[in-house]
Design a protein around this ligand. Structure first.
Ligand code: PEP
Ligand code: MN
Length: 353
């Protein structure tokens, strides 16, 4: 449940409610909204009795949270969260964030070449996998720490903060030394030990949707990280498995507005893994931004035919530069449309997950 404080509640009154929540064996989670303070009551929901809180001074109302996830829900935190990574800001109506780079870090020169190219094209952050989750154990598994070093060198050379995948708890210390943001990939979205471990860190996390995960399961995965105390989570829709074989995955465009209605966390679209084919990447990036995504993560490679992973879906730098121009234009239109529609006011509350 969620305890909504009155506008004029004093800090002492808030403190008393926090103490009461703790005394009853729950964990309070304080959230300062623009207008008022909201206190989440975290613990076994069945045991929480609203009567224990409604009469306390300063309490406006007690609202049961109907969703299985709490800290990630918009009910609990109505304002958009902004996640900051090395000066780049995700969410909260800020400009869209563009992350780009190769699927895998392959060599020092490859990484530096791509980093300069994507920066020039307008990317704000750099991606590249050093630990690669591959379907086959015989496929390229990534350069490991050597790859992390090249990523860090590319950051020094370009100023672009770096996101890279961490696949296991025992890689966390190493990846944390080099990366500005952890990526948890689709295959690990429900690796609960990993989610709990990044929850204890204070480094932002890019959490990708599992390929067969419902949006509720996706948000519950984010909940693990938030419940651990790490509030810096960015979600990423990367396509789901369906019966349709003509693309690698099926982009769930619906997920973008549904997530934006259900959660305060920033939401990205990954048009590369969503489609699996370079020719579809730009149209789907456009669609994601038009649907309200806070940014994109795109695979770029100067010689896709030589890529050690995901060459088929990698854009050459010139095509990526064109994608950037197009999605920036679309983002400006989306923002303008939202502003011009504002006087109409209430569009009703979206149902969410
Ligand atoms: C990736 O970003 O290269 C990747 C492996 O993505 P996903 O986990 O979405 O498949
Ligand atoms: Mn990839």
């Amino acid at each position: 449940m969620m305890i909504v404080m009155r506008h004029d509640a004093t800090p002492d009154e808030v403190q008393r409610v926090l103490q009461r929540v703790q005394a009853l064996g729950f964990t309070p989670h304080l959230s300062h909204g623009e207008e008022r303070v909201v206190i989440g009551v975290i613990g076994e929901a069945r045991r929480a009795d609203p009567g224990a809180f409604v009469h306390l001074p300063g309490v406006a109302r007690v609202v049961p949270i109907s969703r299985p996830y709490k800290l990630s829900s918009r009910e609990f935190h109505p304002d958009d969260s902004v996640v900051e990574v090395g000066g780049v800001r995700f969410g909260g109506g800020e400009d869209i964030v563009i992350i780009a780079g190769p699927c895998s870090v392959e060599s020092r020169s490859q990484m530096l070449e791509i980093a300069h190219a994507v920066k020039e094209a307008g990317a704000h952050m750099l991606r590249g996998g050093a630990f690669k989750p591959r379907t086959s154990p015989y496929s390229f598994q990534g350069l490991g720490e050597e790859g992390l070093r090249y990523l860090a060198e590319a950051r020094e050379a370009t100023g672009l903060p770096v996101v890279t995948e961490v696949m296991a708890v025992d890689q966390l210390d190493l990846v944390a030394e080099y990366a500005d943001m952890f990526q948890i990939g689709a295959r690990n979205m429900q690796n609960f030990a990993l989610l709990k471990a990044v929850g204890k860190r204070r480094k932002p996390v890019l959490l990708k949707r599992g390929m067969s995960a419902t949006l509720s399961e996706f948000l519950l995965a984010a909940e693990y990280i938030l419940a651990g105390g790490n509030q810096q989570v960015v979600l990423c829709e990367r396509g789901i498995r369906t019966f349709e074989p003509s693309t690698r995955n099926t982009t769930d465009i619906n997920a973008i507005p549904v997530l934006k209605a259900s959660t305060h966390l920033p939401v990205l679209i990954d048009p590369s893994h969503s489609t699996g084919h370079w020719a579809y990447v730009t149209p789907i990036a456009r669609a994601g931004i038009a649907a309200g995504a806070d940014g994109v993560i795109v695979e770029v490679h100067p010689r896709p035919e030589e890529a050690l992973s995901d060459g088929a879906q990698s854009l050459k730098p010139e095509r990526f530069a064109q994608l950037v121009r197009e999605i920036k234009a679309i983002a400006a239109v989306v923002r303008q449309a939202a502003v011009s529609a504002m006087p109409g006011g209430n569009h009703g509350s979206a149902p969410g997950v």
